[in-house]
Write a protein that binds this ligand. Structure first.
Ligand code: HSE
Length: 433
């Protein structure tokens, strides 16, 4: 038996918006069967009606004014896929205040304004769904929110930016340089319209903030997390890592430190063992390992970007809104106060990969080792290849466990040595699960 249709206002008809429109139409019958309703897009707002598009815009329902969605009392649900944080914030806020449900894939919006928007959602009893905001087609939000709800989450470690993973994979496997690999990722439509947020780590950081909020019940401020991108990763480091038995991946790490209940959130290019399962996550694929105190380790894998996978998540949320499933009751996230503050990055501990370009003369290695020794940092191994140019030599040191703040201090001093050219490259070596 079918009931009244769910009327949907779609904001944005870019890659994902067009995918949602196309795939809702494609699977209309099965969705009607599963929800008992027609899921009907009755209005679409775009910035530019004349833009050439692969999926044709249904001209009779298009406008360029977001208020047309807000002011249409027949629209029950607004799907926000315009991106950015200004117009999107206003749209989502207005929609929630009008009592409309919202589906968004906007990670930057939630990372920066999630606290405020969830409070508005709760006050107005309007649900907000955001499966597409993290890891494209992988249903990780629902998993943490529902299936793992009985656990203290101990860590969430993931490859959650498909563009960076694509770039690093192509650099590793095809020997491309960074720029060539980025160009390919853009051509294939994986990168955001401004790829800066992908490659500087902030797309992954926004997703990490959302995962931390789900896992630990608090919105970690952007200023309290450590974020590094992949712009400085070069083929030389990929090759050294390979020789040492590691792969370089951009990892998002969200971790509970049980000794002080502090939460650590960071995004960095990291060395992981070439044997680790995350090393085999290639191309645009994402993977997220969630460890809970009851469930132990779990791993979720799939397409982290792209039109169809991301629209699959949006459609899942639309169906949740249509059926008002239990999840909507908990989508207004309540801080449970079980955990403490964020762990200062200076105190975060790991092993490290360090590469310096040094003048090739006696005593250089000793001076580097002295600085490390003075900071209490142990050296696990050293490589200096014989076949280097005449004046300078790359030196790679694998460093023992040390606090990040101390390592940064030591590296500052190494960079100041007159025998060192340029800045040292330092990456964490992660011992995962
Ligand atoms: N551009 C993102 C990525 C997809 O490469 O993973 C949307 O977050």
């Amino acid at each position: 038996m079918s009931s009244a249709p769910l009327k949907i206002g779609l904001a944005g008809f870019g890659n994902v918006g067009a995918g949602v429109y196309k795939n809702l139409a494609k699977n209309r019958a099965i969705l009607r069967g599963r929800t008992g309703k027609d899921l009907e897009i009755t209005k679409i707002v775009v910035r530019d009606m004349s833009k050439a598009r692969e999926v044709e815009l249904p001209a009779d329902i298009v406008s360029t004014d977001l208020d047309d969605l807000i002011n249409d009392d027949e629209i029950d649900l607004i799907v926000e896929l315009i991106g950015g944080t200004d117009r999107a914030f206003q749209l989502v806020k207005d929609a929630l205040e009008k009592g409309k449900a919202v589906v968004t894939g906007n990670k930057a919006l939630l990372a920066e304004h999630g606290k405020e928007l969830f409070a508005i959602a709760e006050k107005n009893e309007s649900p907000i769904y955001y499966e597409a905001a993290v890891a494209g087609g992988i249903p990780i939000i629902k998993t943490v929110q529902e299936s793992l709800v009985g656990n203290h989450i101990q860590s969430v470690i993931g490859i959650i930016n498909g563009t960076c993973n694509y770039i690093l994979t192509r650099m590793t496997e095809a020997g491309l340089d960074y720029k060539e690999a980025l160009g390919e990722a853009q051509q294939l439509g994986y990168a955001e319209s401004d790829p800066t947020l992908d490659v500087n780590g902030w797309d992954a950081a926004h997703k990490a903030i959302i995962l931390a909020s789900l896992s630990y019940g608090c919105w970690v401020p952007c200023e309290e997390i450590h974020v590094e991108g992949i712009e400085k990763v070069c083929s030389e480091d990929i090759e050294f890592a390979r020789k040492l038995g590691y792969t370089i991946k951009l990892l998002a790490i969200i971790q509970l430190h049980s000794e002080n209940d502090a939460i650590e959130v960071r995004v960095q290019p990291s060395l992981i063992s070439a044997d680790h399962i995350l090393s085999s996550v290639k191309g645009v694929f994402n993977a997220i390992m969630v460890k809970g105190d009851i469930v132990g380790e779990t791993l979720f894998y799939g397409s982290g970007a792209g039109q169809d996978p991301t629209s699959s998540s949006v459609i899942g949320d639309i169906v949740d809104a249509a059926t008002r499933s239990r999840r909507s009751d908990r989508s207004c996230f309540v801080t449970h106060g079980l955990y403490g503050q964020t762990q200062p990055q200076s105190e975060s501990i790991s092993k490290y990969y360090l590469r310096v370009t040094a003048e090739d003369r006696p005593g250089v290695l000793a001076r580097i080792a002295t600085i490390l020794g003075e900071h209490g940092i142990g050296i696990l191994s050293v490589i200096q290849p014989e076949d280097h140019d005449e004046e300078t030599a790359p030196i790679v040191l694998m460093l023992h466990f040390a606090a990040f703040g101390i390592v940064q201090e030591a590296i500052g001093k190494i960079n100041d040595l007159d025998c060192i050219r340029g800045d040292a490259i330092v990456m964490r070596v992660e011992n995962i699960g």
